[in-house]
Structures are given as C-alpha cells and as structure tokens.
Design a binder for this molecule. Structure first.
Ligand SMILES: [Ca+2]
Ligand SMILES: [Ca+2]
Length: 384
C-alpha cells in the first residue's frame, strides 16, 4: 500500500515538471540501415551526433534494431557513421574481399519535437561484370554428329552498382589450347604481360539510353541465337546477344529475336566459333576497339589485335587439359591460372563458385584465378 502511494507521488512530481530539464527535450531517434549489398549486424556501431556548430554532442552506440535514442535540446543536428570493414569482414558482409568504409550522414535534422531519422551509409562500388558460366566444349549431338553452335558465355553483374554494357567488347585470345595435333607451339605472345593478343573482337552495340545491367542481372551471349534442340539441350531463342557473322553466302543466320553484337575484328570462318579445346576469353573496355593495333604472327598466317592488359575487365583462361599449362595465353595479372573440362563435345561448362549469399543474392567468387573460381559441370545450366 505504501509502495503504491510512493509511485503516485512520483507521477505527480513528474507531471509538475519538477524533473531534470533534459527529459522535456525532444527525443532524437536515429536508425542505422545498411545498404542491401551489405549483410551486417546493425547493433554496436558508434553514431556521432553533432550540433549546428559541428560540435560533437554525443557518440552513442547503436542497440537492437540499429537504433540510438537520446534527448537533445531543440536545434539543428546531424548524425554520422563510419564503419570500416577489413578484407575478411568485407568478404563475409558482401562477398567481395575488398577492405572499405561505409560512411554516411543524415544531413541536417531540424529537431523541434521528437524526431526520427534513418542513417544509410554508402559504400564505394564493389565488384564488376564476371563470366558466370562459359561453355565451349560442344555437344555430342545426334548420332555422333558433334555439335558446336551452342557455345555461350553468361555475363553477370556481380557488383553493387549498375554497369553500362554499351561499347564493352568480348574477344577470344590467340593461341592453341594444348598439344592438339601432336606437339604444338604455345602462343609467341605469352610472355608479354602488357597486352592480350586476340583473334576476334565483338562488341555490345550502343543504345539510347545506354543499356544498363542491374546488380544480379545476367546477359547471355551466344554464338547462335536459336533453339539448338535436339542437337543440344540448349535453347537460345531467348538469348540477349548473338554473334551474327554477316556474309554474302548467308552461312550464318540472323536470329530475329536476339540482338546482334557488333563485329569489330574477325578472322574466323562462317561463325564466331571458339576452339572446343578451351578458349581464352576476355571482356574489355577501350575508347575505340577498331583502332587497336594489330600485328602479324611470326608464321605470317594470322593478324592478331593487341588489347592493353589494363583494359581487361574480366578473363577466363581455358586450356585442353591439366597438363596444358605451358599453353597459357592470358597474362597472370588477369587470370592467375586456367581451367579445363574433360574433353571435347562433352556438354561440359564451367560455372563460377558462389562466394557468399547476401540477402538472398549470390555473389560470385572473383579472385582472378580460374582454377579456384570455376567448377566444371554437365550439362550447362540454361541461363534463361
Ligand atoms: Ca552466329
Ligand atoms: Ca539476331
């Protein structure tokens, strides 16, 4: 009974305002929210609250739900946060093994009454376009008729930001993939790390507005847009782009529903066929691919184009088998190793490993080391 009376008296006192000044001040409630690219606990981060003069008035730590709640005299405030992620912390939180800082501010908050604000720090762009799946081996085909028109590469935006596709180029690298016909000679250019020497260049055409690939979106690039069944299980009538090799004899078909890449440099036959023994493929970005320097190979048979190594955005080195390392064509700075499948016409593709799944989105491993980053599978995954 006495206890109840004490509480009632305390409540009366509060009602009269005979309490510390701060309890009548507005409540400022700030909620920390990380971008969707980051899977991080929101509790335990220091929030810096500054007043209108820039002076730090409080540095509370976020609690459950990523929130800090404090009373401040009416006025202008700003809440800021800096979260530093080490390489390991970034790999866990984003799938990208890149140390970086998440930084953000609420901007100026005019606090008169109780005020809520959301603080969403931003991260630098992480990741880029990757080859998510590459298929060169070909299909057994029907009745032993080997089939190779179903080759494809699946480009994937593995990044935290949209990426413009227009003007980027794909190329296959010059050089044999192994001792295919007896003892072969490796590419004469394999010791030049400054360039990648390529045979054929096909580029993504310009769009207005430019075509953006959203984070998590894939682009399917195929030798031939078509339904390849029953020669192969793959149906590419819904592919994004095809290499349509326009010729007077019309040997290659322009599939109407699949947009065409722009042919910039081509020395092949009637289609953009990659070697079924394992190609080197690169994605690169230069201001004018048609202006790249070309050279004649020492044997005088081929004209190859020099792509500066720093322009290479993505690369995969595929060779004939595990013993074909001496044929490596792509500089180690772009791909430290190589991958191979079990043979030709085996319906095997290589698919990139998943490094982490962030809020339901797979982030693919990209260590520029094909042996580590890819797995061999059969049959290929029909991308879409
Ligand atoms: Ca074609
Ligand atoms: Ca077409």
């Amino acid at each position: 009974m006495r206890r109840g009376m004490t509480l009632a008296v305390t409540a009366w006192w509060l009602g009269c305002g005979a309490v510390p000044q701060a309890s009548r001040d507005p409540v400022l409630d700030v909620e920390l929210r990380f971008p969707v690219s980051h899977d991080l606990p929101t509790a335990g981060h220091t929030i810096t609250i500054r007043d209108g003069t820039g002076a730090v008035v409080a540095q509370p730590s976020t609690g459950t739900g990523g929130r800090v709640t404090l009373r401040v005299p009416a006025g202008r405030y700003e809440a800021q946060v800096n979260v530093e992620l080490t390489v390991d912390a970034a790999r866990t939180a984003t799938g990208h093994a890149v140390a970086h800082t998440l930084a953000g501010t609420t901007g100026v908050l005019a606090v008169q009454g109780d005020t809520t604000a959301v603080l969403t720090p931003v991260a630098p762009p992480l990741g880029g376009l990757v080859f998510k799946q590459v298929y060169w081996s070909g299909s057994p085909g029907l009745n032993g008729a080997h089939y190779f028109h179903d080759q494809f590469v699946e480009l994937h935006n593995n990044a935290t930001h949209p990426i413009t596709l227009d003007g980027l180029c794909l190329a296959d690298v010059f050089g044999v993939s192994g001792d295919i016909n007896g003892v072969e000679d490796p590419s004469p250019y394999q010791s030049d790390p400054a360039f990648v020497y390529v045979e054929n260049i096909w580029c993504f055409p310009a769009h207005d507005p430019p075509q953006q690939v959203a984070p998590g979106q894939s682009i399917l690039v195929v030798q031939d847009g078509a339904n390849h069944q029953p020669d192969s299980p793959l149906d590419f009538s819904g592919a994004s782009y095809e290499a349509f090799n326009q010729r007077a004899d019309e040997r290659d078909v322009d599939w109407p529903t699949v947009e065409n890449l722009t042919r910039v440099s081509f020395s092949g036959g009637y289609d953009w066929l990659w070697t079924v023994f394992g190609p080197g493929l690169i994605l690169f970005d230069v201001p004018d691919p048609a202006a790249l320097e070309s050279v004649i190979t020492p044997d005088g048979f081929w004209e190859v184009v020099k792509v500066p190594s720093p322009a290479v955005l993505e690369a995969v080195e595929a060779l004939m088998d595990a013993n074909s390392g001496r044929f490596k064509r792509i500089p180690a700075s772009q791909d430290a190793s190589f991958i191979h499948v079990g043979g030709t016409y085996t319906l095997e593709s290589v698919v990139r490993r998943v490094a982490a799944t962030i809020h339901g989105r797979p982030i693919y491993q990209d260590t520029q080391d094909s042996a580590a980053d890819f797995l061999v599978q059969s049959p290929p995954t029909q991308p879409f």
